[in-house]
Design a protein around this ligand. Structure first.
Ligand code: ADE
Length: 249
């Protein structure tokens, strides 16, 4: 999958894309990331990319010309026909695991990182095809959201995670929070790994894990249960967990 990222600060991406799973995915050709510095497409000796807002008020606004020039140079005169251009913006649609799965199904996605106090509205109206927010808080720019989106999408691509189950068992992706995990030693400072995990009895392990995933989801994110794919056995387990909780002092 290919990402084209338009930013005023391409160096910010060096760390997150230069290590670990993302680095490996790029090296393996599963992920193709192209970064473009919007400033390189600005005219004039000073390559100005921002200006004062019409109507007054504080802050600076990203100018339309360099952004249009960068996007059209890379995606052509009809950018939307080549790839969606997604603006990182707290006003956008909320990014989620479901949106990540939508994007992971596409061959190519372009991300536009906003900065300063805002962007000229003509960029939003005429160039951008979608807007995504990573949460109800305001960052200094769209670079961190773009990294979050690339990272989340990348691990859904075939072969990117070493584990053959890939992302299928993920917390949230499965609709439930994850069950607790343990590794060696069996006894650490007197805190023991639950016996069932040492039993070698796969059906019992699976049942315990499902039960703990349900328990955790009920305690921490009961809202997720409404849309999770629950079986009759899950509902029975949930009823048992609720009974146990009622019995607590
Ligand atoms: N730019 C600034 N804050 C943002 C957010 N929360 N999501 C996406 N883009 C942003």
């Amino acid at each position: 999958m290919r990402f084209d990222i338009f930013t005023l600060f391409p160096a910010m991406f060096d760390g997150p894309f230069g290590d670990s799973i993302i680095k490996r995915a790029i090296a393996a050709g599963q992920l193709d990331i192209h970064l473009y510095n919007i400033r390189d497409y600005a005219e004039g000796r000073h390559r100005v990319t921002d200006d004062y807002p019409y109507g007054g008020g504080g802050g600076m606004v990203m100018k339309p010309e360099p952004v249009f020039a960068a996007v059209e140079a890379v995606l052509g005169p009809q950018p939307g026909a080549v790839a969606p251009l997604i603006l990182m913006d707290p006003q956008g649609r909320r990014f989620s695991q479901a949106v990540a799965a939508e994007l992971a199904a596409l061959p190519r996605v372009a991300l536009l990182c906003g900065h300063y106090e805002g962007i000229d509205e003509r960029i939003r109206d005429q160039l951008v095809t979608d807007e995504l927010s990573i949460g109800d808080y305001v960052l200094t720019g769209g670079e961190l959201p773009a990294m979050v989106i690339v990272d989340t999408v990348a691990r859904l691509l075939p072969g990117v995670l070493g584990n053959p189950m890939g992302a299928a068992n993920d917390s949230i992706a499965s609709g439930l929070l994850e069950f607790p995990q343990y590794t060696r030693p069996v006894d650490y400072r007197g805190w023991r790994v639950p016996d069932v995990l040492l039993s070698g009895h796969h059906a019992q392990v699976d049942r315990w894990r499902r039960r703990e995933a349900l328990r955790r989801t009920l305690a921490r994110r009961p809202d997720l249960l409404a849309s999770a794919a629950l079986t009759d056995a899950d509902r029975k387990l949930l009823a048992e967990i609720a009974d146990e909780r009622d019995g607590e002092p």
